[in-house]
Design a protein around this ligand. Structure first.
Ligand SMILES: O=C(O)C(=O)C[C@H](O)[C@H](O)CO
Ligand SMILES: [Mg+2]
Length: 402
């Protein structure tokens, strides 16, 4: 089998997605997600200008060799643009291999380790009562795990809180939106939120919370400690993780479980966090961390230290990433949970998929490959529009972490 053609499809059914399609001489094709929120065209150019010309004529079954070629062959290693491009190729090649074998991808990875993939939903409210209503909504849908975020008194816009029906932080505009952040009111308010959630819903629900990189290590330690009575499933990204050592300080003060890594793109970003058991869940996922070939190395390292997976699954990762991740999640021995934000109807129509939700679990389906396709004609109806994640500043105007 040979690769005869490959190209990117950029589409925007509500938000921007970059998809790679790899076509072979035997008519089998594979699909990979290459979306990097706010930097979509950089990955598209990396693939189109620098990667695709090197793929033509290669044997698509040689997934490991192609991965190594793209990683080592560029000389410049790692980084989100490079690793998202490699991930797209890798996902598409695994799709081809599984389709050629006439098997769902999880079978090639080693078969299922579980009957369903537990997923968590996002309950977002402008205040505590609204957040509680959203928790009730997702619990009624059958979710066993729910992430809860609220607005903070005195702050106009806060990460994770929706102004309309669907939460979409990447605003369509030529430059990022500016938002305001203040740590003190947040640290006071977050425990009140979880006290209210436990009061109303009891203990038979996994609760998660995303701090979105906004605290210093000692502030994160304080928050983890103040959330202990509410027994969170995890506290996510409490502080930026470039300095992996910083998590030692948080760990010394709290037993609230920690989840980190949605912005990571290689095993080196989380090696110390894992080897020193400074986290409980690793959030890296396929599209930003080099695809299945690389994520399974990360998971294997994590397994040695009883760190479990908690793959990123926000809506800026396309259904292609979600579908492939569900095969990975079905197989990976040290699975923890999968994020599931749910795409809008337009996105689901552009990306027909085999996965389905039932009673708090997602199932990858039995279609050969990863089970997600792209309707290229429909995709053309939604042209790319510039959109960026917001930035955050403190009250004195200093730049902060969004
Ligand atoms: O889903 C999460 O946990 C996130 O933090 C979502 C991110 O803000 C989003 O994916 C950025 O593109
Ligand atoms: Mg997050």
């Amino acid at each position: 089998m040979r690769i005869t053609n490959a190209y990117c499809i950029v589409t925007s059914p509500g938000r921007n997605f970059v998809t790679l399609k790899i076509v072979t001489d035997e008519g089998v094709y594979g699909i990979g997600d290459a979306t990097l929120n706010g930097r979509e065209l950089a990955v598209e150019s990396y693939l189109t200008d620098h990667v695709i010309p090197c793929l033509i004529g290669r044997d698509p079954h040689r997934i490991e060799d192609i991965w190594q070629y793209l990683y080592k062959g560029a000389y410049w290693r790692r980084g989100p643009v490079t690793m998202s491009a490699i991930a797209a190729v890798d996902m598409a090649l695994w799709d081809i291999k599984a389709k050629a074998a006439n098997m769902p991808l999880y079978q090639l990875l080693g078969g299922k380790s579980r009957d369903g993939v537990m997923v968590y939903a996002h309950a977002n409210g402008r205040d505590i009562p609204e957040a509680l209503d959203r928790v009730a909504h997702y619990q009624a849908l059958g979710f066993k795990a729910i992430r809860v975020q609220t607005g903070v008194p005195g702050l106009d816009k806060v990460y994770g809180v929706q102004s309309g029906e669907a939460y979409e932080p990447a605003i369509r505009a030529p430059v990022p939106e500016e938002t305001l952040w203040a740590t003190e009111p947040y640290l006071d308010y977050a425990p009140k939120l979880f006290e209210a959630v436990r009061d109303r819903f009891g203990w038979d629900l996994h609760l998660l919370h995303d701090v979105h990189h906004r605290l210093t290590p000692i502030e994160a330690a304080r928050l983890g400690k103040s959330l202990e009575p509410y027994r969170l499933f995890w506290m996510e990204d409490p502080t930026p993780a470039e300095n992996q050592e910083a998590f030692r300080l948080i760990r010394q003060h709290t037993v609230t479980p920690l989840a980190v890594g949605e912005v990571f793109n290689s095993i080196h970003d989380c090696r110390e966090l894992i080897q020193n058991q400074l986290i409980d869940y690793i959030r890296a996922t396929l599209v930003h961390a080099g695809g299945i070939t690389h994520l399974r190395r990360i998971a294997a390292l994590a397994e040695l230290y009883q760190v479990r997976t908690g793959c990123h699954g926000a809506t800026d990762l396309s259904p292609v990433c979600m579908g492939a991740a569900l095969h990975f999640d079905s197989w990976v021995p040290n699975f923890g949970v999968q994020e599931y934000m749910m795409h809008n109807a337009e996105t689901d129509a552009v990306f027909p998929h085999a996965y389905s939700f039932k009673d708090g679990y997602l199932h990858p389906g039995e279609a050969p490959g990863h089970g997600v396709d792209i309707d290229e004609e429909l995709a053309k109806k939604y042209p790319y529009t510039q959109a960026y994640l917001p930035v955050a500043r403190l009250r004195d105007g200093s730049m902060w972490n969004w």
